[in-house]
Design a protein around this ligand. Structure first.
Ligand SMILES: [Zn+2]
Length: 248
């Protein structure tokens, strides 16, 4: 037994530097693990640097002359959802089932897997930022992704859709809370059923920056009260990737 434990100790001493080097280094939004270094954190992140369809982008009017929308889109209200602080954002999902929203693009059926927030917005419209951007992340059974982006700007109006989210914010990393009811249907009404939306082929805005994501960026900006904004911002901090070069 003794020789076994000595061998084990030697083995652990030998492999521990390897473990340190191959351990996942978490990404961040500033400093040496910030967006410009994401490709260096892990081999599978290479596309964060070399990709040609990366998100977010500055949506300039000369490239986007017409609005576009999915072939169909539905948002129903959600019950018993979970909100999680993953250290990068706060994310709402339902562990047992998919969230009650759907989208159809051509023959592909997408369902809402989760939604989360960024402060400030990741997309820009004609170089203009917004205070918050929500990402509604849809997925097909085969794993294809499509994301609806919704902007929020601080105003004197409280946002009813955001109220249960802000009231239940998990303050620390890995904290989570349950929320009984979210009026998800209001989001689609607020953005006029996606009648003023730009689409483009892009990517995830966090590592591994995978491409093939169909983006729908809504130009109807929603209100958020100063208090709601401050609470959201306090929990997430700055979590916005810089805009990427456009190759299309
Ligand atoms: Zn996002």
């Amino acid at each position: 037994m003794k020789s076994f434990s000595i061998l084990t100790s030697i083995f652990l001493v030998l492999i521990s530097p390897i473990l340190i080097h191959t351990a996942d280094i978490d990404f961040s939004y500033t400093g040496k693990t910030g967006p410009i270094y994401w490709a260096d954190l892990k081999g599978s992140n290479e596309i964060c640097r070399t990709g040609k369809q990366q998100s977010p982008i500055d949506i300039t009017h000369e490239k986007f002359n017409t609005f576009s929308k999915p072939d169909s889109v539905t948002f129903d209200d959600a019950k018993n959802v979970e909100i999680v602080n993953d250290g990068h954002t706060v994310q709402v999902s339902n562990k047992e089932q998919i969230l009650p929203a759907t989208m159809k693009i051509g023959n592909e059926d997408y369902e809402l897997a989760q939604f989360h927030f960024h402060t400030p917005s990741e997309h820009l419209i004609n170089e203009e930022y917004f205070d918050v951007e929500a990402h509604f992340v849809f997925q097909t059974k085969a794993g294809n992704l499509s994301v609806i982006g919704v902007f929020y700007d601080v105003s004197d109006e409280q946002n009813d859709f955001l109220k249960p989210i802000v009231d239940n914010l998990p303050l620390k990393k890995n904290d989570s809370h349950l929320i009984d009811f979210i009026k998800l249907s209001k989001v689609l009404q607020d953005i006029d059923y996606m009648n003023q939306t730009y689409t483009y082929p892009g990517s995830l805005t966090t590592p591994p920056c995978g491409e093939g994501v169909v983006w729908w960026v809504n130009t109807i900006v929603q209100p958020i009260s100063l208090s709601q904004y401050r609470q959201l911002r306090h929990v997430m901090g700055f979590n916005s990737r810089f805009t990427q070069d456009i190759y299309f």
